[in-house]
Design a protein around this ligand. Structure first.
Ligand SMILES: NC(=O)c1ccc[n+]([C@@H]2O[C@H](COP(=O)([O-])OP(=O)(O)OC[C@H]3O[C@@H](n4cnc5c(N)ncnc54)[C@H](OP(=O)(O)O)[C@@H]3O)[C@@H](O)[C@H]2O)c1
Length: 302
């Protein structure tokens, strides 16, 4: 009679693992909260060690949600971050690339170094992080990026930011076709300014009702990183809240003071838009504080 050989039973750990780059940023907390509550395993990556320590304090759970200091805009830093995710959790299912930078200012006051910085933060970092992550992703893998409507509709004094995000958008549009052949979903959240505490402090002049909440952005990230978005490849998902582009020529939206085209003037006493409906779009009233240069009247949504 032979003695049965007991082989150790290894339970495959199938819980999805996501690398969140730019985890030290303003929007990441809501995303970490949502993906973490869903049970995903997360490696939170950023350069700011103080902020990483706060994230560790708030969300850190060994084997579930961990942090790492690395600069993913550098190819070695990106490779290190991916190797740590795979080494710590045993797999990688996606990249949520939240790295980004923002500066406003008219061209005549802008140092060309700002353009290079914004290209690195908004576009090149996506290239380096994605190149590092891709070899570990397979069928059902997820890549999520963040852009702005200004990539397609640039406004004054936002040239460097708009161009950097436009580069990102075109790049994602292209690679989405490449990676979908392997079942990998690459999509972009196209969002306007988020309602965050520091934005409220920086721009008290803005109507926060026209901003989007980090929680709304997080819900869309949850969708784009989950099975509900299976089959969506290369999509740009607008998360614009009540934001809209306006022009003095177009006047207020129908029903807010102007007659429908061809219907003559408004009834007596119904002349103008209601308070708050006649001005420039949110964020177009002035530059963010601390931004050198833009003349009054420029600056804008992100
Ligand atoms: N917040 C908004 O209103 C808004 C609107 C439209 C689009 N977006 C986009 O949504 C994403 C997340 O927004 P957010 O407000 O959370 O971003 P954020 O706070 O401005 O920045 C996110 C993180 O990017 C990292 N970063 C910046 N430059 C970098 C570089 N050169 N190399 C490596 N890391 C760099 C920083 O982390 P470390 O310094 O720790 O590395 C920062 O914490 C960004 O892509 C942003 O452009 C945001």
């Amino acid at each position: 009679m032979t003695t049965p050989v007991t082989t150790p039973v290894t339970t495959p750990v199938t819980t999805p693992v996501f690398l969140i780059t730019g985890a030290t940023g303003r929007l990441a907390g809501a995303v970490i909260d949502l993906l973490g509550s869903r049970g995903d395993r997360l490696l939170l990556v950023g350069r700011n060690k103080d902020r990483l320590a706060e994230l560790e304090e708030e969300f850190g759970t060994p084997g579930r949600i961990e942090t790492l200091a690395a600069d993913v805009s550098d190819p070695d830093g990106a490779s290190h971050a991916v190797a740590e995710a795979v080494g710590r959790f045993g797999r990688l299912d996606g990249l949520v690339h939240m790295v980004g930078g923002f500066r406003a200012g008219p061209l005549f006051l802008m140092n060309s170094g700002v353009c290079e910085d914004l290209l690195r933060a908004n576009y090149l970092s996506a290239v380096t992080a994605t190149q590092a992550a891709l070899p570990h992703l397979g069928e059902g893998g997820r890549l999520v990026y963040f852009s702005t409507p200004l990539a397609e509709v640039p406004m004054p004094a936002l040239s460097a930011y708009s161009a950097a995000k436009a580069a990102l958008a075109a790049w994602v549009g292209s690679i989405a076709h490449e990676v979908k052949r392997n079942g990998i979903h690459a999509n972009t959240v196209v969002m306007t300014m988020a309602d965050t505490p520091d934005k409220r402090q920086e721009r008290p002049d803005l109507n926060t009702e026209h901003m989007v909440t980090p929680e709304l952005v997080a819900r869309v990230v949850g969708f784009l990183t989950g099975p509900a978005s299976d089959g969506l490849y290369g999509c740009r998902v607008p998360v614009l809240g009540k934001f809209e582009f306006r022009s003095d020529l177009s006047g207020p939206p129908p029903g807010l003071g102007g007659p429908p085209p061809g219907l003559g003037g408004p009834p007596p006493g119904v002349g103008g838009p209601p308070p708050g409906a006649g001005g420039p779009p949110p964020g177009v009233g002035g530059p963010p504080s601390g931004v050198a240069g833009p003349p009054s009247g420029v600056g804008g949504p992100r």
